[in-house]
Design a binder for this molecule. Structure first.
Ligand code: FEO
Length: 398
């Protein structure tokens, strides 16, 4: 999309879509692309809020110049977040507008120097500082670790727009629609949760601190750096972030397993059928070798129950399950209920390490873990049924 889009009379979306990159942070799948959002405020003074990822300088500059022409200067470049998906064109912007003042906090400027070698024309702001553009009065809120230490948000007091950085952002390119009332909200809510679970989820406490700091602010619109602009139901979006950052979850179960020959997978089917017979409707089964962890984490952030199975693999967990469990520990996910199963084969290593995971993550473990020798039979199947029954009971009592 070569056109910029008006957010208000004098505030423009000048973001770009990326449908080429396969993996965000070279790690998380971008099946439906991603948008890097940047915003231009045209007042007596002109401000650009964040830039975009480094690969699309031509389109980005064309959008800006289609609004202000080629002779006007931009006065301020406000850097809410330094991750290169947003800071990637700082150097190009500075080359095009050599007198531009870069607005950021102390941590921002350390990073700009380290990433891009830029140390001149900086304008340092602290929590609560303001900049006047003419009609627009911008106020800065320091929101460290949402998602990096330098992260801050910019609030325009005249339009009541919050420029929120990664917070409230989502995966998914903007296919024509830019505002939440122009897009498929079901898709973007899923992609917003996936972005949260993959990128921001480790920082639940800082997100809570940011929400407390912003509490009471009149917000008409949220302009995040990814995904749609939120203007229809701000309370709902804020409430989702509140729930996710407190690790609150809905009734439902994710069953994820690692299997070489299908035997551990069959145990998952028995557990799932029992859950269904016990009245649980939201059940998601994933083969950890087939589905990228990104999507499994997205659903773990949604549902209260997690049942993990692993075959033994060289005396250890099956590798995708090892990655998933270590990621969950690393992210410090809380408030979940856990079930465990697997197969021993000739060495063991699956279930024993899942038990260690349970101790590390400190979630309540429902029912006895089930470990079949090679293929589940007799007591193993009874054990799987018991896991399903106990999980359903625990969820209903939660
Ligand atoms: Fe979208 Fe933390 O960068």
């Amino acid at each position: 999309m070569f056109n910029s889009v008006k957010v208000t009379e004098d505030i423009y979306w000048v973001g770009v879509n990326d449908r080429r990159t396969a993996l965000f942070e070279n790690l998380w799948p971008l099946e439906h692309g991603v948008a890097y959002n940047s915003y231009l405020l045209v007042d007596e003074k002109i401000a650009l809020i964040d830039t975009v990822e480094g690969g699309q300088v031509g389109e980005y500059v064309r959008k800006i110049q289609s609004i202000i022409g080629t002779h006007k200067k931009i006065d301020y470049l406000i850097i809410n977040h330094m991750e290169p998906d947003h800071s990637g064109l700082i150097q190009s912007v500075v080359e095009l507008y050599p007198d531009i003042k870069i607005v950021g906090n102390e941590k921002t400027f350390g990073m700009i120097a380290d990433f891009y070698g830029i140390t001149n024309n900086t304008h340092l702001v602290k929590d609560g500082d303001e900049i006047n553009l003419g009609k627009h009065q911008l106020k800065f809120y320091m929101t460290p670790m949402v998602h990096w230490p330098e992260t801050m948000m910019t609030y325009d007091q005249s339009s009541q727009i919050l420029f929120s950085g990664d917070a409230f952002g989502s995966f998914g390119a903007l296919d024509g629609g830019i505002f939440d009332d122009e897009v498929d909200l079901v898709f973007f809510e899923e992609e917003m949760r996936r972005y949260y679970a993959n990128i921001v989820g480790k920082y639940g406490a800082p997100v809570q601190a940011a929400l407390k700091k912003l509490h009471g602010l009149e917000i008409s619109t949220i302009c995040a750096t990814h995904g749609p602009i939120w203007r229809s139901d701000i309370q709902k979006v804020v409430s989702l972030y509140d729930q996710w950052s407190k690790c609150e979850a809905e009734e439902g179960v994710v069953i994820v397993y690692g299997t070489m020959y299908g035997n551990t997978g069959k145990m998952a089917e028995t557990i799932a059928r029992t859950l269904s017979e016990e009245g649980i409707k939201n059940i998601k089964i994933y083969d950890g070798s087939k589905t990228h962890m990104s999507y499994i984490l997205r659903d773990i952030w949604k549902y209260k129950g997690l049942i993990i199975g692993s075959c033994a693999y060289n005396n250890n967990l099956f590798p995708p399950i090892e990655s998933l469990t270590s990621k969950l520990v690393h992210m410090g996910v809380k408030n979940r209920i856990l079930g465990i199963f697997g197969t021993y084969s000739w060495s063991g290593g699956g279930v024993i390490n899942l038990k260690k995971f349970a101790e590390q993550i400190k979630w309540p473990l429902i029912a006895e873990p089930v470990e079949a020798k090679c293929a589940a039979c007799g007591n193993d199947i009874d054990g799987c049924v018991m896991i399903g029954k106990q999980m359903a009971k625990a969820l209903k009592e939660a």
